[in-house]
Design a protein around this ligand. Sequence first.
Ligand code: GTP
Ligand code: ZN
Length: 312
Amino acid sequence: MAEALRQGLVVASHGRHCVVETQDGERRICHPRGKRSQSVVGDRVAWLPAAAGQGNEGTIEKVEERRNLFYRQDEIRTKSFAANLDQILILLAAEPVFSEMQLARALIAAQAAGIAPLIALNKSDLPEPFERAWQRLQPYRDIGEGRHYPVLPLSLAQAPEDARSALIPLLAGKTTLVLGPSGVGKSTLVNLLVPGAAVLTAEISQALNSGRHTTTSTALYWLDGQRDTAVIDSPGFQEFGLHHITPMDLARCMPDIAAHASHCKFYNCTHLHEPGCGVISALKMGPSADGISAIRYSIYSDLFKKLGQTRY
Ligand SMILES: Nc1nc2c(ncn2[C@@H]2O[C@H](COP(=O)(O)OP(=O)(O)OP(=O)(O)O)[C@@H](O)[C@H]2O)c(=O)[nH]1
Ligand SMILES: [Zn+2]
């Protein structure tokens, strides 16, 4: 008799292979049945265990409909980070100095996918570089009335308990994807929130690679026994391709620009040169309460041109 389909949650993935968590919390390696059953971390799936005597692995038969999918896309490929997210935590640090373009790109992708972003700035124990980084984040903290991004100062290494108390209420009951460039303290963060995460990751990557020591691409960790609160650790903050976003979509994905785009004379204003443009007049107001910062505007115009060039 054929086995009945079972429900599960994808909690780790490496290439095409993944780990599915069953409803009672057991974890198994699964492989997609075909192209249409390829899944990402956070996916709800229907899966089948291998037939008796065929080992302990399973196949993914169906990926349930996604609430959202966070991905980046360059000219060649699409890389999915995770699905069914409540928010994205972008972790930056006083050092190494972060790329504002990379930050802006990640925020735009989040906005385009309808997922709320949250920014944290680590290494507040390094006063001078921290102050410089904090100032650079000013346009993000003050991105227009009611539209700002929360920006959280942290010192994960020096004040871990304070960091945890600040983070937990923001994460509770949600699934949060954690992204950040290398060296900002992402492993420190995940290990603070999920003691033993490093061991778990090593186990999973070993299982998925049959013993080879490469790190797992993406993994979901529960913060609580009820499995209500999760963080997903994923690499790949660099080279954040926005090929899936058209130039005319861009303003909508940048809240400080969007706030002024409805004041333009032309409905199809590109905000680059048109007369009567609300965005250009907000830029002239400067980074005041309701203006647009020069850096944010240059990010907008650079991206607008770039996204226009690479379209086919
Ligand atoms: N001064 C200071 N250093 C920190 C803090 N948090 C982490 N670090 C240090 O920053 C370095 C990077 O930390 P990791 O947690 O390995 O960073 P990561 O983002 O996982 O880095 P990758 O492994 O390169 O992706 C380590 O040397 C940490 O000790 C902090 O709050 N203050
Ligand atoms: Zn305009």
